[in-house]
Design a binder for this molecule. Structure first.
Ligand SMILES: N[C@@H](CCC(=O)N[C@@H](CS)C(=O)NCC(=O)O)C(=O)O
Length: 232
């Protein structure tokens, strides 16, 4: 019998890490967290960059063994969307996070929404970008706020047509998995999510009611400092 152990390089406040934490919990896949402290620059430590040449989190590591150690295989995925798609392909029946293949339009909508967050918003509001704009006299929160608002506006305009209980229909999808951590980030920089994006807000409220999401919440991680554990 083959056993797979899963490790996740993660930082409690990293939205990209939270995507994986939520997906792993929804799929009931146990994993071990390896904290990488971005504020201590541990993402640039050779122990991290050996696995993640982009010097980021998350990194998903899957080690599969059967009774013969010579056949142990290790899969290392240092990009969150690739890791989410991998989990979907390898564990499609465990809480599917994409609509069925028979509905390519809904699958495209899920990927469109996920990409708004993962390709349009997160890269330009990432820590390494904030470090570069700060010396130019730009306020970090203000920089992020405008970019997050543009992204959530685009998300809202699509989701208002596609949403049921969640962003696309009534099941949690990869779109939601990307959205929720982005909303947590938006709240941190003072975006009025509830007032400006009613569909996004309703979906966020539904997601936060799920046990798997509570377990994956940024306030509820092993590396979350005590002062942020409010409510958990
Ligand atoms: N495209 C990458 C982005 C990863 C990324 O930027 N992660 C952030 C945390 S959400 C990070 O590690 N930032 C560290 C830095 O900017 O130095 C992914 O989706 O995995």
């Amino acid at each position: 019998m083959t056993t797979t152990n899963i490790h996740l390089h993660t930082y409690f406040r990293s939205s990209c890490s939270a995507r994986l934490r939520i997906a792993l919990r929804l799929k009931s896949l146990p994993y071990t967290s390896i904290p990488i402290n971005l504020l201590k620059d541990e993402q640039h430590d050779p122990k991290n960059t050996a696995l993640n040449p982009s010097a980021t989190v998350p990194t998903l590591i899957l080690t599969s063994t059967n009774n013969n150690p010579a056949t142990t295989t290790t899969t290392i995925i240092p990009q969150s969307l690739a890791a989410l798609e991998y989990l979907e392909e390898v564990y499609p029946d465990k809480h599917p996070l994409l609509p069925p293949l028979s509905d390519p339009e809904a699958r495209a909508t899920v990927r469109t929404l996920a990409n708004i967050i993962a390709c349009d918003v997160q890269p330009v509001t990432n820590l390494r970008i904030l470090k570069r704009v700060a010396p130019l006299g730009m306020d970090r929160a203000e920089w992020s706020r405008g970019l997050v608002e543009e992204g959530l506006q685009a998300y809202e305009e699509i989701a208002v047509k596609s949403a049921g209980a969640f962003s696309v229909g009534d099941r949690v999808t990869l779109a939601d998995v990307c959205l929720l951590p982005a909303v947590w980030g938006a709240e941190r920089v003072g975006v009025d999510v509830q007032g400006q994006y009613p569909t996004v807000w309703r979906v966020k409220e539904g997601l936060e009611g799920l046990e798997a999401v509570r377990e994956a919440h940024w306030r509820n991680q092993g590396d979350t400092p005590e002062e942020f554990r409010v409510g958990f």
